[in-house]
Design a protein around this ligand. Sequence first.
Ligand SMILES: C[S@@+](CC[C@H](N)C(=O)[O-])C[C@H]1O[C@@H](n2cnc3c(N)ncnc32)[C@H](O)[C@@H]1O
Length: 207
Amino acid sequence: MSVLFFKRFLKRPFQIASIMPSSQALVERVASKIDFDRARVIAEYGPGEGVHSRALAQRMRPDAQLLLFELDPHFSRDLARQFADDLRVRVINANAATIRSELAQRGIAYCDYIISGIPFSILEIEKKRNLLRQTHDALAPGGAFIIYQVTNELRQHATDFAPDSESEYFLQNIPPMFITVFRKAGELNGNGAIDPAESRFTSNYAR
Ligand SMILES: C[S@@+](CC[C@H](N)C(=O)[O-])C[C@H]1O[C@@H](n2cnc3c(N)ncnc32)[C@H](O)[C@@H]1O
């Protein structure tokens, strides 16, 4: 078990909402939902100590970008250290709900995929709906929002997304999780995510 993870859970139990990171089996399963050949911009909400982030970075194209939105400053610092040598990865120590302004600041039009490990089920209803709205608007047409959650209640709120969401109950994790893929209507072409006129590498997490 990750010591940092457990310490942060003790400090902020409702924000971290789990005593241990995702299992390697869950990480592999979530990654299998992504077409890495087409993914130019991936965002991850609530990476924690980075178990999914490392798998995403290993599979990503050399010209892809990974934006990590993590509220907890200790996790953010540790992620910045882990990815210090990988210029494709930026750590953003902020609420995931700020995604659209963070994309705009970096000259990025859309994300192709957004992965979420944040505990949606314990968010107040208005925060939940706002985050879903921001997520939908931040995705490219044909892009996907992939979540793993203890409950599957988010489905009833994700009304902006195409109605054919796929969901599975994945047992090889403690606790078992629903993995759900919500798609934004349209066709993912893998070319529209970055505005080439504005795309630039800005500094990672402020150190
Ligand atoms: C259950 S942990 C998941 C950690 C990791 N993704 C994993 O699978 O092991 C939830 C993480 O989401 C972060 N978090 C919670 N709400 C957030 C928000 N609104 N924006 C960004 N991160 C958030 C927490 O700080 C915590 O690191």
